[in-house]
Write a protein that binds this ligand. Structure first.
Ligand code: FAD
Length: 420
């Protein structure tokens, strides 16, 4: 962004109070309603930006800020390892949000939130907001293994789609036949519960085809597979007999970077490729300013509006919040719509929708064609003031090629919804 553009935006924002002269009632009916700034243009943030614009019929100025120029999808990124997708096929620009929906996109890293002044800070400059949406996704906790933070080239997490996904794919492709590919899964809560097990399937699919003497070891800090358990166990038995070794209750105690060796309470596993997925917390911007007030990891929000319980006129959505629900793209997209509606309502001085409900569907590919899914409906429960699952959800009976096609359709649909 050029400095002049930034200052222009900043001035528009700080000049906003003069609009008060129009009077609240007139503003409600006709005028511009103010400015919403959204930090993070991933699944949650980009959706919120789009829907604030459309639900306000363009009367709210929306500025969407991201440190990256493009949107790269984590959903489907495990298929890059399986060899069915390239990262380029999962990378999209923000042109439609800009051109069709009038969202202003700024590239930059937000370093602080100055809630007293209702401003965000980027590269020493400031941008004013009337409402702020914070959707930064996750950050990684390397406290127990600080050397791994420095060793991400050798031992990638690939838990944010991008260069690390490509790196992990390259390591898989150059691994010797007969080698060991280890996936270390953190204890819950982490981003996308079924994704580590889907990754095991995709890696095994690649190895079965290209290096059949190799092995996948899953060292899981959780006591059992955390999602679609029976389906994954069956898929591993049917499709990759003897190839995937699953070790539950395997919290890493020591890691030797040079030899890619992980020691747990019971095992020592030396790997050719080590995919260490660290424990997670809300993205860094949520840590400053105390937004992440739950165990200094996640952000507490009001589920009717996604307003932060810590900072006024700041909303938080997506993986960064403490919801006790699966952290998924589908969920971030659904929360963003509730949040967008509530922001528009608040700016029109109207009450929010009293009983929001939404579904979460999560597909996992087990090979190059077949997928399986779980779908759950969540409804606001006024007694606990939280989103509660209705029943145990709908689970596939078995993976199928039809569900593989459904999963493709799901991805295309959500990309269209998020990015306009
Ligand atoms: P993100 O989508 O990560 O967006 C956060 C954005 O904020 C990023 O663009 C980042 O650059 C930006 N940002 C962060 N900090 C700053 C800052 N300070 N300044 C500027 N910009 C900033 N979910 C599903 O529903 N279905 C699936 O099949 C599925 N598969 C997955 C597979 C894998 C391998 C993984 C890792 C995840 C998968 N997920 C899936 C989960 C899904 O990717 C996340 O739940 C979703 O991306 C969360 O959305 P978000 O908006 O909270 O964060």
């Amino acid at each position: 962004m050029r400095r002049r553009d930034f200052l222009g935006l900043t001035l528009t924002g700080s000049a906003w109070p003069s609009m008060a002269a129009f009077g609240a009632a007139r503003r409600r009916r006709h005028g511009r309603l103010g400015r919403v700034v959204v930090v993070g243009a991933g699944y949650g943030g980009a959706t919120a930006a789009r829907y604030v614009r459309s639900l306000s019929a363009g009367r709210i100025e929306v500025i969407l800020v991201d440190q990256n120029a493009d949107f790269v999808s984590c959903p489907v990124s495990n298929r890059v390892l399986g060899g069915q997708k390239t990262l380029a096929q999962l990378t999209f620009g923000y042109d439609a949000l800009r051109q069709k929906h009038g969202v202003r996109f700024l590239r930059g890293s937000v370093t602080a939130i100055d809630a007293e002044r209702s401003q965000i800070v980027m590269a020493g400059q400031r941008l004013a907001y009337d409402r702020l949406v914070v959707a930064p996704g996750i950050d990684f906790i390397y406290d127990d293994f600080p050397m791994l933070a420095q060793a991400q080239q050798a031992i990638p997490h690939a838990w944010k789609a991008g260069p690390q996904t490509r790196n992990l794919q390259r390591q898989l492709m150059t691994m010797r036949d007969g080698g060991v590919f280890t996936i270390v899964v953190p204890a819950q809560p982490y981003r996308c519960p079924p994704a580590p097990y889907e990754r095991a399937c995709q890696v095994a699919f690649y190895l079965k085809t290209h290096k059949p003497r190799s092995k996948v070891v899953v060292l899981d800090a959780n006591p059992v597979i955390t999602s679609k358990r029976a389906l994954f166990e069956q898929a591993w038995r049917d499709l990759y007999p003897g190839m995937i070794e699953y070790v539950p209750g395997s919290e890493p105690k020591e890691v030797d970077v040079a030899t890619k060796t992980v020691r747990t309470a019971f095992d020592t596993v030396k790997s050719d490729v080590l995919n260490f997925i660290p424990p997670q917390r809300a993205g860094r911007i949520a840590q400053g300013g105390g937004l992440a007030n739950v165990e200094r990891r996640w952000c507490e929000v009001d589920f009717l509006t996604y307003a932060s319980k810590v900072l006024p006129r700041v909303h938080v959505i997506g993986d960064a919040i403490d919801a006790g629900l699966p952290k998924s793209a589908h969920m971030a997209n659904a929360q963003a719509k509730v949040c967008a509606r509530a922001i528009v309502d608040a700016m029109l001085e109207q009450a929010p929708e009293p009983a929001p409900a939404f579904a979460n569907t999560c597909y996992s590919y087990v090979d190059d064609r077949q997928a399986m899914h779980i779908s759950t409906l969540y409804r606001y429960d006024p007694a606990s003031q939280s989103m509660r699952a209705e029943g145990s959800g709908i689970l596939s009976e078995h993976p199928s090629a039809q569900e593989g096609r459904d999963a493709d359709a799901w991805a295309r649909q959500i990309w269209g919804d998020v990015l306009g």
